[in-house]
Design a protein around this ligand. Sequence first.
Ligand SMILES: C=C(O[C@@H]1C=C(C(=O)O)C=C[C@H]1O)C(=O)O
Length: 132
Amino acid sequence: MSKSTSQSASDGSDTNHITGETYNSDPRKKTGPECESMTDVRYEIDRIDRLLVEILAERTTYIKAASRIKPDREMVRDVPRIEDVVAKVLAHSKEHNLPAEIADPVWRLLIERSIAYEYSSYDALKDSDIDN
Ligand SMILES: C=C(O[C@@H]1C=C(C(=O)O)C=C[C@H]1O)C(=O)O
């Protein structure tokens, strides 16, 4: 069990006290079982999607950092690390009742798109290093 790094502020935002990153969230009106209409459901899904965008944007800043830090282009795709990430995500998903049939393909696609972004970012950085 890991210690939470989030604190809820009175404005409804969650601030990570280590990174200072703030995710803005509208208040949750209803849990899944409390929803009675598709308006209820879609309000919550749209709210969650905005949070996911903010979290994925932060994740992607670390992909960019990896492209700056890795010394060789061959290191961009790291297969053992990919399997480590997926195994950790699946274990966490189980604890939170996120079905593996969602988590496994979503993370594998996320990682593949992250690797493609890391290659472009790596190439752009190395190109900008070349003295012409
Ligand atoms: C960020 C990294 O680069 C790649 C991206 C990964 C990811 O999106 O989680 C995992 C493995 C790497 O191939 C890394 O090596 O950790």
